[in-house]
Design a protein around this ligand. Structure first.
Ligand code: GRF
Length: 191
């Protein structure tokens, strides 16, 4: 059974999809803890499933490196096989990435390498592309630059705003994340 720590920053709908997937024994993975950089709403999903949570806020530290060290120590306490960034909106320093690589994956709401960074959906709308989507990738030391594991397309509608498009991307993203983690647990995807 693949053990996973999930990191979130927001509403945690991707986390919720993963938690629900773990209810099926055929999923092959369990979530052993959920961490966040803030008291995020999404932590409630973990609490509902009886999964331990931790919050490590950058503001409590003198530097990003110190913050990331404590975040890493919290993760290591649970000794996971895989760490999933599911809407975790912080850039992680190289030492953190190296400590977990390649067992550190991220989900991003665009077809990378198009539209990396924190405003992928807005950037896709501004660029007037007709197709965007979601990418799940191994995290490397860059921002959204690591090797891709899975991608899925989403069509942009002419009347889309950022919220509506992001919601449509997220419904595809949740399915892709669940199927990708299942494939990692089954070793049909090797990181
Ligand atoms: C997802 O689209 C993720 O890719 C992006 O932020 C969103 C998080 O959504 N970075 P949620 O918190 O899982 O609902």
């Amino acid at each position: 059974m693949l053990s996973i720590v999930v990191l979130i920053s927001g509403s945690g709908s991707n986390l919720k999809a993963l938690l629900e997937a773990t209810e099926n024994p055929l999923f092959g993975a369990k979530i052993v803890a959920v961490g966040s950089d803030n008291p995020a709403d999404g932590l409630a999903h973990a609490e509902r499933f009886g999964v331990p949570t931790f919050v490590v806020t950058p503001g409590a530290f003198n530097s990003r490196d110190e913050w990331a060290e404590v975040l890493l120590a919290n993760i290591k306490h649970f000794n996971p096989d895989l760490v999933v960034l599911a809407g975790f909106m912080r850039i992680l320093p190289p030492n953190f990435v190296r400590a977990l690589s390649p067992n550190l994956i991220n989900t991003h709401p665009s077809l990378l390498p198009a539209f990396p960074g924190a405003h992928a959906v807005r950037d896709a709308l501004e660029a007037r592309v007709s197709t965007t989507g979601v990418t799940i990738h191994v995290v490397d030391e860059g921002v959204d630059t690591g090797p891709h594991i899975a991608q899925a397309e989403v069509q942009v509608q002419t009347d889309d705003n950022e919220h509506d498009l992001h919601e449509r991307i997220k419904s595809v993203e949740r399915e892709l994340l669940v199927s990708t983690v299942k494939a990692i647990a089954a070793k049909t995807i090797t990181l």
